[in-house]
Design a protein around this ligand. Structure first.
Ligand code: ADP
Ligand code: MG
Length: 672
């Protein structure tokens, strides 16, 4: 890294102003980014009292010579940019030259640093600063690299100290942050220790999936789909460097004018993983963890009709683009960026993720929903799934929920997600032994709990059981669905079917819903929606909000097989409805739909409205639960389901099929 200098005022003034030190995690973020910028390959962090008492970060990066170390605490002193034009293409994580002075002014800070490489001073430098006042500077024999100790954060600004959350909350923020930087840099060694235990020890590994495995374990990795894509940029985004500079660069290096390419890689969750908030979405742009509405929107689009609009996936996405394509000088904490070609970025993220989801088209594993419990129903939370669903869906699923509780109590199979286990995460330690770290990492809590193993880990003796052919636990493909042979129904609601892969349970209502949903969308696109004349028109009395929505979507409803006329001041008479929707269902459906859209915060575009209408018709026209089905009807349904694009989840995101693989069966019978 070059020498540190204080930026001239006119450059400093162009830097997004604002305070960066908000809480312990922001201190950790700044110091961690400095270590990464310094080229460190080993970073160790110690935390006490959630970072309120102590934050210590030690790296093996390039270190600083004495003069630089002194200068680093001046405002706007940085080695990373020189002039305003450099702001257009920042390649390092830091560039503002404000973190160290800001942190030093609100804590007791000790810096120990020793520059690496030939020509560097033989010894290192120690600097101590209390509340922004230089207290000590001396030379000392130190290892190469930098260690910064921040004690008593906000000791001199009691008002800010008051706003800090509990120690465990602050620690969980720090843990989440460090974990995600560790995920972004699998080739580096990261350690995070609290006063009582090691929370993360992640030695270098070969790649990203190895890092996910190392940090979260196999189950989590199995629930993620890998994403990777590259796209050439057609032109350089605006604004470009000033003309005199452009010319100079073009002469110097012709490659500078090439627009370059954008790349994305990472992981996204399968549809059965659904989070109630965005806390499990992590997007990195050129190694920087950011919050970005544009990319978020692209992700929402990618998951449209795969998971419900009210839930969120788990996403770990690393976007890489030429530094000139992102403006990082937008937010003081550098957590927001501005893309020079926003639409392109948005579509790139959306299309890549969508393509990966389409390709994977996984069938939910029976075991993620159903566990074989030899002993007790402990660990089952009745209704656990229900609160994850929108209320209208939750009530529709009341019957299955009841069923599941009964069977859970009976000690057999349970159609429930397991209860949240104690907050814990498994981390791999250097010695190779796995340790249970009790650190709260809220982001991953759901992931861990979702996959909590209910099956005993010890492998029992096979005893008298004759051996079966070795079963593979491979994920079933879509082709497997078409070979299903229905055996019968459970409580006239769930179709039980078998094939070579194992035992399957199909929710007849959501399966039919998925079939109809895709059919309606296709018919709508071809302008060939089937409809039927009702014996008696449905007269709908509409609230003012519903009237407004009705006016907005009337035309689209017509394209979907409804025919309606005004009937008095506040009512409409519906005379024709889509095939399969009778008068009562039609009335319910229209009320629900109008309410749903009127509650929407943002106005919906036509495509979304179309999706909502199709989902709603499908839901009301589909075979219900508690309905006996003949053999040929069950066969028909399974065949139709196998033909859909997304047989694994209904338009609202609920699973359609559950599989109990031969291996799961063998495990449950303790044959393996
Ligand atoms: P910025 O990162 O925006 O340049 P900082 O205040 O965070 O500003 O750091 C100031 C300077 O101190 C950096 O530009 C860098 O040269 C130096 N520095 C900070 N931390 C380290 C470190 N861990 N190793 C080597 N140099 C560092
Ligand atoms: Mg910095």
């Amino acid at each position: 890294m070059g020498r540190i200098h204080v930026l001239p005022e006119h450059v400093a003034n162009k830097i997004a102003a604002g305070e960066v030190v908000e809480r312990p995690a922001s201190v950790v973020k700044e110091l961690l980014e400095n270590s990464l910028d310094a080229g460190a390959t080993r970073i160790k962090i110690n935390i006490e009292a959630g970072g309120k008492k102590l934050i210590q970060i030690t790296d093996n990066g390039c270190g600083m010579v004495r003069d630089d170390a002194m200068l680093a605490f001046e405002r706007h002193a940085t080695s990373k940019i020189r002039d305003a034009e450099d702001l257009l293409s920042v390649a390092t994580l830091g560039f503002r030259g404000e973190a160290l002075p800001s942190i030093a002014s609100v804590s007791r800070l000790r810096l120990e640093t020793c520059a690496a490489g030939p020509g560097a001073e033989a010894s290192g430098t120690i600097i101590e600063i209390n509340g922004g006042r230089m207290a000590r500077v001396e030379e000392a024999g130190l290892p190469e690299g930098t260690s910064i100790t921040v004690r008593d954060l906000f000791f001199n600004t009691p008002a800010r100290k008051k706003f800090l959350k509990s120690e465990s909350t602050e620690l969980s923020h720090i843990a989440s942050l460090v974990t995600h930087y560790a995920l972004a840099h699998p080739e580096k060694h990261f350690e995070l220790h609290s006063a009582t235990h090691a929370m993360l020890v992640a030695p270098p590994v070969a790649g990203y999936s190895e890092r996910v495995y190392q940090v979260f374990g196999k189950e989590t990795l199995d629930q993620l789909i890998a994403v990777a894509a590259m796209q050439q940029l057609e032109h350089v985004g605006l604004p470009q460097p000033p003309p005199w500079r452009r010319k100079e660069e073009a002469d110097e290096d012709a490659a500078c004018s090439a627009p370059g390419e954008m790349r994305v890689h990472g992981f996204v969750s399968k549809p059965e993983i659904q989070k109630l908030n965005r806390n499990s979405i992590f997007v990195f742009v050129n190694g920087r963890l950011i919050r970005d509405r544009l990319v978020q929107h692209g992700l929402t689009e990618a998951y449209r009709n795969i998971i419900p609009p009210t839930v969120f996936p788990v996403v770990l996405l690393f976007l890489e683009l030429p530094p000139g394509e992102v403006d990082v000088n937008v937010h003081p904490a550098k957590t927001e960026v501005r893309f020079r070609q926003p639409t392109l970025m948005h579509d790139f993220a959306r299309d890549t993720v969508r393509a990966a989801l389409m390709k994977a088209r996984p069938v939910p594993q029976f075991t993620t929903e159903i566990r074989a419990h030899a002993t007790a129903s402990a660990g089952l939370t009745p209704g656990a799934r229900e609160w994850e669903l929108p209320s209208n869906l939750a009530s529709a699923s009341a019957a299955p929920e009841r069923l599941s509780q009964e069977s859970a109590n009976g000690g057999g199979f349970a159609l429930q997600a397991p209860a949240l286990p104690p907050v814990s995460a498994r981390f791999q330690f250097e010695g190779g032994s796995a340790v249970e770290a009790k650190a709260a990492i809220p982001v991953d809590r759901g992931m861990e709990s979702h996959f909590a193993q209910a099956i005993p880990e010890t492998i029992p003796d096979n005893g008298c059981a004759p051996a079966l052919d070795a079963a593979s636990d491979e994920e079933p493909t879509l082709a497997a669905l078409s070979t299903l042979r229905p055996l019968g129904q459970i409580r006239n609601s769930f179709i039980l079917a078998v094939n070579e892969d194992g035992l399957w349970i199909v929710d007849q209502h959501v399966a039919h819903e998925r079939v109809l949903f895709e059919r309606i969308l296709k018919q709508r696109a071809a302008q060939k929606v089937e409809s039927q004349r009702l014996l008696m028109p449905i007269v709908l009395e509409l609230s003012p909000a519903q009237q407004a929505v009705f006016a907005e979507i009337a035309e689209e409803l017509q394209h979907n097989g409804f025919e309606a006329e005004p009937f008095g001041a506040r009512s409409v008479a519906v005379k024709v409805a889509p095939a399969g929707v009778d008068a009562a269902a039609g009335e319910r459906m229209l009320h629900e739909l109008l309410d749903q859209i009127s509650r929407e915060e943002q106005s919906l575009n036509l495509e979304k409205i179309r999706g909502r209408i199709a989902a709603s018709i499908a839901c009301h026209a589909a075979i219900k639960v508690n309905m006996p089905l003949e053999q040929n009807k069950m066969e028909w349904l399974l065949t139709e389901l196998a033909k859909t694009d997304h047989p694994m989840s209904c338009p609202h995101g609920r699973p359609v099929v559950l599989r109990y693989s031969v291996m799961d069966i063998q495990r449950a019978f303790k044959r393996i």
